[in-house]
Write a protein that binds this ligand. Structure first.
Ligand code: SAH
Length: 352
């Protein structure tokens, strides 16, 4: 039995599924889910992420968090958390760079929120020698100062899609056309969570909603506001999403999101306004990744690392710097949003 058969059987008994239910099965089904069954990252996988492109990404984010920690009086102990840590590369780079900050690593309780058993194994291996704790969800984070990173985590959360119809909305649903999975539209109805989108949309426009996002942003922001801390959230997306941003990638190439579920990565752009609306903490201005990394000094760091390199390794290093920062590469598509307590300064590199 494949995941497509399982989903088809589900539709025959339950009726058409919301896109979010479909995505949840495709990504995290315990037996067939995309993340549950594989390591999707890197050249041999389906996609590559900033920490896999260059160590500079994790070094700068780590030092930015450590600066926030010092600015807030170096609370100890504190939770050093990452959401969806992939192969553990970002956290490994953070720990290496911040080992130069007196007391930081010693006070950090390293906590990874990860749903995939396969990737938990990869993280354990990458972070050998560190005392690492895993959690299933952010609700289990301790009530303590929280310094948190999330890179390409929120884009992996299931979304619902709606098409505007008058003052109401029709939801895109996954149903069956014969034996094949097929996308269709449900009946028109009101959608209270989209009330604010009646201002900036017209008939036929598509908007997306990530049902899990507000509760996650709230859990993080509540701990930061109450106990101190900061969060750096990096992802592709924008302030309010408009249009269909659902994307399926297999072997670094786009494919139909309904084709062979469980074998392609499914993501959608992140609505940064939804993150900012949901957190009880203060938020920074949303800032393009390229601008943020330049402000943190990536060019100086790139030059320092380049000194020891020649030939292909030097070329790769130069192109990694470009990929992370250039507006036509990841520099503009990816955005950064910071959470911080209202009583503390915003993280370095991000405007209040
Ligand atoms: N941050 C990493 C990996 C990004 S891929 C990097 O930048 O390289 C998305 C990550 O989120 C994977 O580790 C995946 O297993 C995890 N993930 C996806 N959905 C999740 C969920 N609902 N809860 C916890 N982790 C999740």
């Amino acid at each position: 039995m494949s995941l497509a058969d399982h989903i088809a059987a589900r539709i025959r008994t339950e009726g058409p599924l919301s896109l979010a239910d479909y995505m949840a099965d495709a990504l995290l089904h315990p037996t067939f889910g995309y993340y549950t069954t594989r390591d999707p990252l890197g050249a041999a996988g389906d996609f590559t992420t900033a920490p896999e492109i260059s160590q500079m990404f994790g070094e700068l984010l780590g030092l930015c968090l450590a600066q926030c920690w010092m600015d807030q009086g170096s609370p100890a102990p504190f939770t050093l958390a990452e959401l969806g840590p992939g192969r553990g590369t970002l956290m490994a780079d953070v720990l290496r760079a911040t080992s130069a900050v007196p007391g930081f690593v010693q006070a950090a309780r390293i906590t990874l929120v990860e749903a995939s058993p396969t990737l938990r194994d990869a993280q354990a291996e990458r972070l050998q020698g560190h005392d690492v704790h895993w959690l299933d969800h952010v609700g289990a984070l301790p009530e303590a100062p929280l310094f948190l990173l999330a890179n390409e985590f929120f884009d992996a959360l299931p979304i619902r899609q709606f098409q505007r119809d008058g003052a109401g909305w029709r939801e895109y649903r996954v149903g069956l056309d014969g034996d094949q999975l097929a996308m269709g539209l449900g009946p028109v109805g009101p959608q209270p969570a989209l009330a604010h989108r009646l201002e900036d949309t017209s008939d036929g426009d598509i908007v997306e909603l990530c049902p899990a996002l507000p509760a996650i942003a709230h859990e993080i922001g509540q701990r930061i506001e109450t106990h101190g801390g900061a969060a750096l959230i990096v992802d592709y997306g924008d302030w309010r999403s408009l249009g269909d941003t659902l994307q399926a990638l297999r072997g670094h190439a786009p494919v139909d999101p309904l084709d062979a579920p469980g074998t392609a990565d499914l993501t959608a752009h992140v609505d940064f306004e939804a993150l900012a609306r949901a957190t009880p903490s203060a938020v920074t201005a949303m800032t393009p990744q390229g601008v943020f990394l330049e402000r943190l000094g990536i060019t100086g760091r790139a030059q320092a690392l380049a000194r020891g390199l020649t030939g292909d390794t030097l070329d790769q290093h130069v192109s990694a710097h470009r990929r992370l920062t250039h507006p036509q590469e990841m520099g503009n598509l990816f955005k950064v949003l910071g959470f911080h307590p209202a009583r503390a300064n915003s993280p370095a590199g991000l405007d209040p």
